[in-house]
Design a protein around this ligand. Structure first.
Ligand SMILES: Nc1nc2c(ncn2[C@@H]2O[C@H](COP(=O)(O)OP(=O)(O)OP(=O)(O)O)[C@@H](O)[C@H]2O)c(=O)[nH]1
Length: 374
């Protein structure tokens, strides 16, 4: 039997996490705010996955929104209940979880640290890479009959779910933050816990396309959590780090995993991130191109630090998804090549419009091209 009692003061709040394992499968966690407004979970009601996420939340100082994540976890696995002050939704969608968080951020728990919520990414000091939402995977595409309002207050016509995957430390969170906020998160590296998402509405050919971008934890121990989210993804951005050979070598395993868990027609793009790391580079661009060509996936080198190709990667994915979905019979075919030719700063080999074919267990490339600069 193992039992741990942790307590700490953080942001003026008293938090206590009680983690005990009397027997496999049994865990009780208690997370108390100073006003004791968040009641403990009933013993035995928390699964081991939930426990590991929540426990990681606590022990890694992701406490600012710990109570809310707690509620979200509870809502997902136990049908939705009101916990403490937080009203959580029945079987919450990803949107609802974010709304729930935003409400909480306005409340007393998070008002002291409005930028510190997991859903808003890390704060400037990188003290809270608390990406540990546990919303039920939402359906992939959203086809509103009229423009819908995203939780950021922007209208959109169509929505897609994009996932960032790859080894831990390759720069997934930084890439997302660069795209969403135009900033680079420098400083000490804090691994993502679990999974979270952020939305960005882009204007693609006068259509408002909302990308719901899910940032996954690269660490092996969270793999079972992230697998559940693959099946609804419309696109996957698979990252490796050009200064980390192992992350490149693991791409084959990632593609196998994607093949196993994702939809057959999922858009996959391979990104060699940290292209700015010229001195530490161990994976040449040509190697990335070759691997991408072998698997028939688009490839680019990116840098969350400099911003190289970050906007382009997401825009290309949004355009591909939008054209696949909304192409009119008389509308000219979307040519990724032309689009990219017009874009500057492109490095690498690109293919587009490919399918994972479950029948023959291989990738079909419908068309591809090599960038003139490559
Ligand atoms: N030089 C350079 N460093 C980067 C870049 N992108 C990320 N980093 C750094 O790499 C480290 C890891 O970045 P993260 O975005 O946290 O990595 P991650 O893939 O989200 O890692 P997990 O959450 O564990 O899956 C951080 O120290 C970043 O500052 C980049 O483009 N260039």
């Amino acid at each position: 039997m193992r039992s741990e009692h942790l307590s700490r003061r953080e942001g003026g709040r008293r938090l206590r996490c009680l983690h005990s394992e009397a027997e496999p499968g049994f865990t009780a966690i208690q997370l108390l705010l100073r006003d004791n407004s968040c009641p403990p979970f009933p013993s035995g009601s928390v699964s081991r996955v939930e426990t590991s996420l929540l426990y990681a939340l606590f022990t890694r100082s992701y406490v600012r929104d710990a109570r809310l994540n707690f509620c979200c976890l509870y809502a997902e696995f136990h049908g939705g209940k009101s916990v403490g002050e937080e009203k959580v939704f029945h079987s919450p969608t990803a949107e609802q979880v974010t709304m729930s968080r935003k409400k909480a951020m306005k409340g007393k728990v998070s008002s002291k640290s409005p930028k510190g919520s997991p859903s808003s990414g890390r704060d400037g000091g990188r003290t809270g890479k608390g990406l540990a939402a546990a919303a039920a995977p939402s359906s992939g595409l959203v086809y509103p009959s009229r423009p819908s309002l995203s939780n950021s207050g922007e209208f959109y016509d169509i929505a897609f779910k994009v996932m960032l995957v790859g080894d831990s430390g390759v720069g997934k969170t930084c890439l997302l933050v660069r795209f969403k906020d135009g900033a680079f998160l420098a400083g000490s590296f804090i691994s993502t816990v679990g999974i979270d998402f952020r939305n960005k509405v882009m204007s693609i050919d006068a259509v408002k396309v909302k990308l719901q971008i899910w940032d996954t934890a690269g660490q092996e121990r969270f793999r079972s959590v992230t697998h559940a989210y693959y099946r609804d993804a419309n696109a996957l951005l698979l990252l490796y780090d050009v200064s980390n050979k192992a992350s490149f070598d693991n791409i084959r395993a990632w593609l196998t995993e994607i093949h196993e868990y994702a939809q057959q027609d999922v858009v996959v793009m391979l990104l060699g991130n940290k292209a700015d790391s010229t001195h530490n580079r161990v994976v040449r661009r040509e190697e990335g191109e070759k691997l991408a060509k072998e698997f028939g996936v688009p490839f680019m080198e990116t840098s969350a630090k400099s911003g190289l190709n970050v906007e382009l990667a997401f825009t290309a994915v949004a355009k591909e998804l939008k054209h696949r979905t909304m192409k009119e019979p008389d509308e000219p075919k979307f040519e990724l090549k032309e689009y990219l030719n017009e874009s500057s700063g492109l490095h690498g080999y690109l293919t587009c419009h490919f399918l994972f074919c479950a029948d023959v267990k291989k990738v079909f490339v419908h068309r591809h091209y090599r960038n003139a600069a490559g």
